[in-house]
Write a protein that binds this ligand. Structure first.
Ligand SMILES: [Zn+2]
Length: 397
């Protein structure tokens, strides 16, 4: 049995058990109850036999709308949405809204469900309107509605609005006595930090460095470990001809998050290029390589030695590094050295190593395990910000 089917069956069992419990322990004098139960099972049967239209008609025409039957309507509507029958879910939820008999609190719940339907259907403007109403009118459901709104603005790349919503979701800050953020709050702060980075990127593209720097300060304030914010600040520093400042920022990244060393290497190179100090660059590379054990830094240092005409030192340096950290990158660089020699056996090994390198993913999500060859700040699989990091170890940097 597939996982999805199993979940579906478990859901049915839970719903039926809940309903039956309510059914058996209630006085069975009203015929209305019997009618409600039969239309509920009829609806479920139609759903199970892949006849969603018939299921919708049964629920709308035969199941009365009142406080007792509301959970059943909602359960069937949500079931339809999770099964991908979004139109059916929308009709069931709209039917509930057309009945004036429900109290306001329950109507807000239906609004929220209908907004979820619209999100699933990709009709985001309608979902947005419903969610804004829920935020304004329901204290109980405000948190859920704001979370959905943040998601909508994020997918529409409306960063200004995404920031406003994320700030509303955070508890008020006490700057004098900073309480440790809860897990949920940490996620919001991390997302917020990336929203500011997105704005910074826009400013950067317009060469508006002043505003870019301002939003990057906010990005670092909400997540002091956000590598992307440091990299963007360093990029701006380089554009403003401030290589020392750029190097400070880049050193912060390698000190705090060595796993991102390979990502900041190109910016290091650029900063030292504007200094013009090759010796200083080689020193810095060797120091950082020793500290972070990053293959990319070992390789860059060896290439610099070779460029200076010191091929033997480059080879010895690479061999020591490879013994210490036998990564595919280092092994293939050793095999690339002319001193490594030639011959069919060596060429074969070289080919295999290159193939292994080309096939391996370079980045993986800590949260869901998604892997790929491109660094995404927002995981395309689990949609969390800042969870994807370069892969470390034999297969990686
Ligand atoms: Zn993920």
């Amino acid at each position: 049995m597939s996982n999805e089917l199993l979940q579906f069956v478990l859901f049915l069992v839970a719903v039926s058990a809940g309903w039956l419990a309510g059914y058996w322990y209630r006085p069975r004098t009203e015929n209305k109850d019997a009618d409600a139960s039969s239309s509920y099972y009829k609806g479920l049967n139609y759903l199970l036999s892949e006849q969603p239209d018939a299921a919708v008609m049964t629920v709308i025409n035969e199941l009365p709308v009142n406080l007792e039957t509301l959970p059943t309507h909602l359960a069937l509507g949500n079931l339809m949405r999770t099964k991908g029958e979004v139109d059916g879910a929308i009709r069931i939820h709209q039917n509930l809204l057309s009945r004036p008999s429900l109290p306001r609190g329950k109507l807000h719940q239906v609004h929220l469900e209908l907004a979820r339907d619209y999100i699933s259907a990709g009709v985001l403007d309608r979902a947005e309107r419903l969610l804004k109403d829920v935020v304004d009118e329901s204290e109980v459901l405000r948190g859920d509605a704001l979370e959905h709104l943040q998601h909508i603005y994020q997918s529409e790349r409306e960063w200004e609005q995404a920031i406003a919503v994320a700030l509303r979701r955070l508890p008020p800050r006490n700057w004098l006595k900073k309480a440790p953020a809860g897990r949920g709050d940490r996620r919001i702060e991390c997302a917020l930090s990336h929203f500011y980075c997105e704005k910074a990127q826009k400013f950067l593209a317009e060469h508006n460095f002043k505003d870019a720097n301002t939003v990057l300060q906010s990005a670092r304030q909400y997540d002091r470990d956000n590598v992307r914010a440091y990299m963007l600040s360093a990029t701006i520093a380089l554009k403003q001809h401030k290589p020392e400042l750029a190097l400070d920022l880049l050193h912060t990244v390698v000190d705090r998050q060595a796993v991102f060393s390979s990502e900041v290497l190109p910016l290091f190179r650029e900063a030292f290029d504007s200094f013009g100090g090759r010796e200083a660059y080689l020193d810095a590379l060797q120091r950082i390589a020793k500290m972070t054990e990053s293959s990319a830094f070992f390789i860059e240092a060896a290439e610099l030695m070779r460029a200076k005409g010191d091929a033997n030192s480059a080879l010895q340096y690479l061999l020591t590094a490879t013994r210490q950290r036998p990564t595919l990158g280092l092994v293939s660089t050793v095999l690339d050295q002319p001193e490594a020699g030639t011959g069919p056996a060596l060429e074969l090994v070289h080919d295999i190593v290159l193939k292994l390198r080309a096939e391996r993913p370079s980045y993986r999500c800590r949260q869901c395990g998604f892997s790929g060859r491109k660094l995404h700040w927002l995981c395309p699989s689990c949609e969390q910000w800042g969870t994807i990091t370069p892969i470390r170890g034999t297969q990686g940097d």
